[in-house]
Write a protein that binds this ligand. Sequence first.
Ligand code: UGA
Length: 442
Amino acid sequence: MNVTVFGTGYVGLVQAAVLAEAGHRVACIDIDQEKIDRLKQGQIPIFEPGLAPLVKRNHESGNLIFSTSAAEGVAHGDLIFIAVGTPPDEDGSADLRYVLTVARTIAEHMEGKKYIINKSTVPVGTADKVREEVTRTLRERNALNLEFDVISNPEFLKEGSAVADCMKPDRIIIGTSENASEQKMRQLYAPFNRNHDKVIVMDVRSAELAKYAANCMLATKISFMNEMAVIADKVGADIEAVRQGIGSDPRIGYHFIYPGIGYGGSCFPKDVQALKTTATQLGIEPKVLNAVEERNHSQKHYLLDKVVQRYGDDLAGKTFALWGLAFKPNTDDMREAPARVLMEELWRRGARVQAFDPEAMEECQRIYGARPDLQLCGTKESALTNAEALIIATEWQQFKAIDVAAVTSGLNTPVIFDGRNLYDPLQVAESGIEYHCVGRPE
Ligand code: UGA
């Protein structure tokens, strides 16, 4: 099938590459000329495992083309994805400017029936707004005879495993009331819908809400566990034992109940905030979502509170090693990363930071630039040199086995603050390292 994807961000690019791999002919359209030029040369703007070879292969085969020409994009695809950004507005609601601009562009150039698919995470009611925008533009063109449908097809991929998630989706939600649209979408996703039917068809508004409900439910699980961890700390229980104890109940499950120092990334914080705003605008007090957000905010300070308890509030003259800058492993994304709160709070108290991350060093440099209280180190070992203590903010695989020799010889005094509960506290204690973690007896 001929498909067009507007927006070459995370969602758009991954979706486009995966659809091309399945044999569809996909045109990726973006207004950023430099980005498109780089994509044509096989340069991927984000770090995402498996994406670069996929893009390269399909670009070379001709299944994946890149262009800045909206007209070309609209002419190419019967199915047109809108996968542009929806940054938060000042009031926390999603800014639909880019989504509606694409809607208008499609209507300006379309000459036959188009299936317009909302892939961006957008508030309930957006499909109707897209429909209105397209209708308005067609009216201006005197072309109301041209048919179209607006379908909601939310994305559920995770950064770091985006390609795999897209290749093997748990579910394919299709929000439409038109039979023809359902059939088109089923045909599009047929290569990914092999063993059992993963397609769930519903009305547009339910599909839009399902996306927010999924992310907010996951954020709720995390904030709940983080609160349990704080309680565990105070009552002398071990949250890791509690986690296993409750996860064994299939109604709760083992997924997404890992306590830590708060969720980050571009999705959970933004989506919780956006759904809160939607609820508030409708006169509903979002009590659960308020609590989820509040817990996440304080959790990001939790490890720092332990540092302050140990060293006092004035950290001037002290250097801390920081392992992990990305908001989670396998990405270079530092949006809303707990590591940022940690670093900024350490700086505020006068401390220096020696940081290492396997992928996010460039991103850190881009965000903070050169500053005397930040040293980006080439290896995790060199970050330890002459530091007061080690702080772990991201659970990268290479941090998971404790290197007692490196920690004891590198640090001034062997102290670890672990925001991801990577190590066994007893084992660490036996090796003579002072260990502070989240919700476990220390
Ligand atoms: C999330 C959802 O998991 C995807 O299903 C969704 O499609 C995506 O948002 C989106 O809306 O685009 P993502 O933000 O890439 O994906 O990352 P997650 O793997 O969900 O992690 C989010 C945060 O939760 C991370 O900071 C992670 O460290 C934290 N987390 C996750 C925990 O603290 N504990 C857990 O048990 C799991």
